[in-house]
Design a protein. Structure first.
Length: 268
């Protein structure tokens, strides 16, 4: 039986390199792109990969992505929620959600919940959420998550990356310490990609090979067996920000997130 690893946003940057590295370790990688054409082009660059597609701003397309994954035979052992955007101007999805939060956080929440039954069929499975050091500058605007009052690109990005860490911690807590599904958040480093050039043009980034290392580490390292809900950088566990470790905020924000995407919260 083949082992499937799904990487979202695998058509460019860290995601494409992560897909390549996972494939070289023997996994069949499901290469996700925003369109069929982009996914097929990227999958052709990764040995043995299978293309899957969805615009992650659209919850119906996220559901269709989960259905595409369901149709693939094999053991789904890894889900890497990697896709991300940085926007300088406020944009909204067709259903009115702010686009940064929609793509960077809402889509991972929905996709993870939809794929959990499949992940639970594996002997062990990992959900890896690609966050950022920017999470430590983030706050969660609980009364205006879509930043309709005041929008700033960095504020939106930092909120969404904090959201990734909050979700990772709360998911781990609700799954429980003895779950076969474990979850990890990470900072990949400052890496030379489209997102870095768009959001942080003054910063020089390291190579894609470096950028994929911590994602691959969280997805595969045997020493992480049994760890869950933690935050990593440079292939080591690091303390997440103080706000990210606020258990009451994790719980409240998780319930709000489930409401935003229309899934039943896990018992907790
Ligand atoms: N680069 C860094 O220094 C850095 C630092 C910290 C964290 N990160 C995180 O690393 C992750 C990967 O980013 P990257 O730097 O590799 O950026 P990137 O090269 O711009 O790649 C982002 C990927 O996400 C996809 N994507 C964006 N919006 C999408 C949508 N609506 N639907 C489907 N796919 C969508 C992109 O597809 P398209 O090509 O079609 O747009 C692309 O495949 C992100 O979560 C980012 O926050 C990056």
């Amino acid at each position: 039986m083949r082992t499937l690893n799904l990487v979202t946003g695998a058509t460019d940057g860290i995601g494409l390199e992560t897909a390549r590295q996972l494939s070289s370790l023997g996994a069949t990688v499901l290469v996700h792109g925003r369109s069929e054409a982009k996914a097929r082009t990227a999958a052709a660059q990764v040995k043995g990969a299978v293309p899957v597609w969805a615009d992650l701003a659209d919850l119906a397309q996220v559901r269709s992505l989960a259905a595409q994954v369901e149709r693939e035979e094999g053991t789904l052992a890894v889900l890497i929620n990697n896709a991300g955007v940085f926007l300088h101007e406020r944009k909204t999805t067709a259903d009115g959600r702010e686009l940064t939060l929609a793509v960077n956080h809402d889509a991972p929440v929905l996709l993870t919940h939809l794929l959990l039954p499949r992940l639970r069929k594996a002997a062990r499975a990992r959900v890896v959420n690609v966050s950022s050091i920017a999470h430590s500058r983030g706050t969660v605007a609980l009364d205006d998550l879509d930043l309709s009052g005041h929008f700033d690109g960095y504020t939106a990005y930092a909120q969404s990356k904090l959201a990734n860490v909050l979700f990772t911690r709360e998911l781990a807590r609700r799954l429980g310490p003895s779950s076969t599904v474990t979850t990890y958040a990470l900072h990949p480093g400052v890496i030379n990609t489209k997102l870095l050039r768009t959001g942080f043009s003054a910063m020089a980034g390291a190579s894609l090979a470096d950028g994929a290392k911590t994602s691959v580490f969280c997805a595969t390292a045997p020493e992480l067996e049994g760890q869950t809900g933690l935050y990593y950088a440079a292939q080591r566990e690091m303390g997440a920000s103080r706000v990210a470790q606020d258990d009451a905020l994790c719980a409240k924000f998780y319930l709000l997130s489930c409401q935003r995407v229309g899934v039943t919260p896990l018992p907790g």
